[in-house]
Design a protein around this ligand. Structure first.
Ligand code: BGC
Length: 325
């Protein structure tokens, strides 16, 4: 073969390889750039305090005279690496926690927050979540109480209904702010203050499982803070979503139908790690139910929950609400 033909062949192969590699890189880049928002619309870190919904539970008795301060927490840059999260808590010290509730002793908290966690068959996650979240929250100068709402039957999982049950109890206990919390999500930033804003707040906007991007703008699943008054105004969650998914998207619809806005902290304050578990089967009917449910929230929600209460039991680290649906 003449030399020039050989050279031409090598050049051709090199050129096609280079072209394919470039195309692959462009495709990968496009995939990551288009799937989610790295820098979603959020409040400025400096202006957050203007949006805080400061309200205490009237049942809280306070000994101290001065009010707690939150600036240092909101400005904190402490980030907990997810690899550093303990999987075992042999040395957990439950100081100050009674019936799942805690309040700082040396200052008067400005926020009282009910943390609502829906639950069934996730013992290993509960064992990690509970001590971790108490350690995290006790640094935040807030008054809080953790409710675990357990579906104690074999029927299809109904997260929306369980949230309604938990919200009813927390409202009865006079909590002005509700934080709806997935059990598999752990906050990583100390600055992520567990408090309500004057509009619903999607707290888990940056999850490691989703490469720390917000996967779509109306997502409110994961961790959401909402005032009890707003929750009542929206009539809570729909009770119609059975199985996995959709109830949070429907709730986002309720939020926008009531002209409320979803607010978020900046991404570097909203990071979470997700504990591993196998993906549940998605409810294939969720989009259809959502469509049928549009503008029908007044008959389906907090005012139409049907369930059998099994017990409400105070444990040291949480209050357990056991129900059958
Ligand atoms: C589901 C939501 C879920 C979201 C993120 C959606 O397809 O309908 O319920 O929160 O995916 O996993």
């Amino acid at each position: 073969m003449p030399k020039w033909l050989c050279l031409q062949k090598i050049l051709h192969v090199r050129l096609t390889t280079c072209l394919s590699i470039t195309l692959c890189l462009v495709a990968i880049n496009q995939f990551f750039a288009s799937y989610g928002y790295y820098n979603y619309r959020h409040l400025d870190q400096e202006s957050l305090r203007h949006y805080l919904y400061t309200k205490r539970n009237p049942n809280l008795t306070t000994k101290s005279k001065s009010e707690c301060r939150y600036n240092d927490i909101l400005q904190s840059s402490k980030f907990i690496y997810n690899t550093k999260i303990p999987r075992k808590y042999d040395d957990f010290v439950p100081n100050g926690i009674i019936n799942g509730s805690y309040s700082p002793q040396d200052c008067i908290p400005l926020f009282s927050v009910a943390i609502l966690v829906t639950y069934r068959n996730r013992q290993s996650q509960l064992d990690i979540f509970i001590p971790y979240i108490h350690n995290f929250l006790r640094k935040q100068n807030i008054h809080y109480k953790i409710y675990i709402i357990e579906q104690q039957d074999e029927k299809q999982w109904n997260k929306g209904l369980l949230y309604n049950i938990g919200a009813k109890q927390a409202i009865l206990d006079k909590f002005p702010c509700l934080i709806l919390h997935d059990i598999d999500l752990l906050p990583l930033d100390d600055s992520n203050l567990y408090a309500c804003l004057n509009q619903p707040r999607h707290m888990s906007a940056s999850i490691d499982k989703f490469r720390f991007v917000l996967i779509y703008k109306t997502l409110v699943g994961g961790v959401l803070a909402i005032t009890s008054d707003q929750y009542k105004e929206l009539n809570g969650f729909s009770n119609k979503f059975q199985g996995w998914g959709g109830e949070d998207d429907d709730f986002a619809g309720r939020i926008s139908n009531h002209n409320l806005e979803i607010l978020r902290f900046p991404p570097h304050m909203s990071r979470y790690t997700m504990l591993q578990h196998k993906q549940e089967h998605k409810n294939k009917d969720r989009h259809r139910i959502m469509e049928e449910n549009k503008h029908n929230s007044q008959n389906d929600g907090l005012n139409s929950v049907r369930y059998e209460m099994i017990n409400i039991k105070n444990h040291r680290l949480f209050t357990l609400i056991g129900v059958r649906l």
